[in-house]
Design a protein around this ligand. Structure first.
Ligand code: MG
Ligand code: ZN
Length: 363
């Protein structure tokens, strides 16, 4: 009864409010109506990071939760041409704007290369950066610099990087470049393409392009002492990429949340999530100072059928539960902060993330 009684009042209020909006003087100029556009975009991908993973931060992270600081949230539908995506198809959707088959790295269902956001950005004269805690040749980062029909061919994928339009990268995977089964050493090819490569994360202020290959295959887990690699790499990346007057695009991946999910290892997953969240704090600090950078944070899919269910005996206790060792088909949240953030509200396919970024960077 109460709801029925109040409904007309709510409707009346809504009409009043929308009426006010419509009565805004029509003298507002075109310029004022033009949506805000950022100079730089950072796309943060938490691999295997769905809403249940993120929610775990509320109950298990001590200290601030930086996901809370994003004013705009949307939802992304992540199926590939299969119902449940892998990281390659989801990475391709976000890097290239097309749904494809699982295992595809920047190629369509026929194996044809799809132009990627980093290629468009380079054509405009902007700079690109890639950071990951999995091998830089792993599915998610690979979609932002390579085109190949199978994610498992790490050495072939590595071969794309020296000549890709990437100005900064940091991650593990050294062995795919200089200890290859085919005996080819890609280090001289990096040099020929004006890359300085280091195995220690330290500044290279004079380098035209800089790459850090920090471990043979994958970065250690947080619990194994990785430390604030993501933040330190992001800091170096920003210092390098902001030298370009035409702006930058950066993809930063917290790769190992997914691996904790596959392993059904809650402490592993949680420590990787906390590292991701702390990295968001660092990036938000930069974006607040810079005023010209849009931060978009999403996942490629959730993993492990993870949920925060009540303990059998008490609603005052949560029992973090995995129901699978594989990926989920769930919608995935997208968080945005900065100029153009409002474009990321609503419900859309993961391919729309590519088109929104492309449009906001005027590519
Ligand atoms: Mg990944
Ligand atoms: Zn996975």
């Amino acid at each position: 009864m109460k709801i029925t009684f109040l409904a007309p009042i709510f409707i009346a209020c809504f009409v009043l409010i929308s009426g006010c909006k419509q009565s805004t003087p029509s003298s507002a100029t075109e310029h004022e109506n033009k949506p805000a556009a950022p100079k730089n975009i950072v796309l943060v991908i938490g691999d295997g990071t769905g809403i249940n993973q993120i929610s775990a931060l509320e109950f298990y992270k001590e200290g601030p939760i930086y996901y809370d600081d994003f004013p705009v949230v949307g939802l992304s539908k992540v199926s590939s041409t299969s119902l449940v995506t892998d990281s390659a198809a989801a990475g391709t959707a976000m890097a290239c704007g097309q749904k494809t088959y699982n295992k595809a790295i920047g190629v369509d269902v026929n194996g044809q290369a799809l132009p990627s956001i980093t290629e468009y950005m380079a054509q405009k004269g902007g700079a690109n950066g890639i950071i990951s805690t999995s091998s830089i040749t792993h599915a998610t980062p690979a979609c932002f610099f390579a085109h190949h029909d199978d994610r498992n061919d790490h050495e072939i994928i590595a071969g794309f990087l020296p000549q890709a339009p990437i100005n900064f990268f940091a991650g593990p995977g050294m062995k795919y470049f200089n200890q290859r089964t085919d005996q080819v050493n890609l280090m001289p090819i990096f040099s020929q393409n004006n890359f300085e490569i280091d195995s220690i994360l330290r500044p290279h202020p004079e380098a035209e392009k800089v790459g850090y290959l920090l471990a043979p295959e994958d970065m250690p887990k947080m619990s194994e002492g990785r430390g604030p690699f993501l933040q330190e790499a992001a800091d170096l990346a920003i210092k390098h990429l902001t030298k370009n007057d035409r702006g930058f695009f950066m993809m930063l991946e917290a790769s190992q949340v997914d691996w904790g999910g596959h392993d059904n290892d809650f402490p592993y997953m949680l420590s990787e999530l906390i590292d991701l969240d702390d990295t968001l704090g660092f990036l938000l600090n930069f974006a607040r100072r810079d005023q010209n950078t849009l931060i978009v944070v999403t996942g490629d899919h959730a993993t492990g059928g993870f949920s925060l269910s009540a303990d059998d005996d008490s609603y005052d206790k949560i029992n973090p539960t995995f129901s699978s060792t594989r990926h989920n088909a769930d919608w995935i949240p997208v968080f945005a902060y900065g100029p153009g953030a409002e474009q990321f509200g609503g419900v859309y396919e993961n391919t729309a993330i590519f088109y929104k970024i492309k449009s906001l960077l005027d590519l």
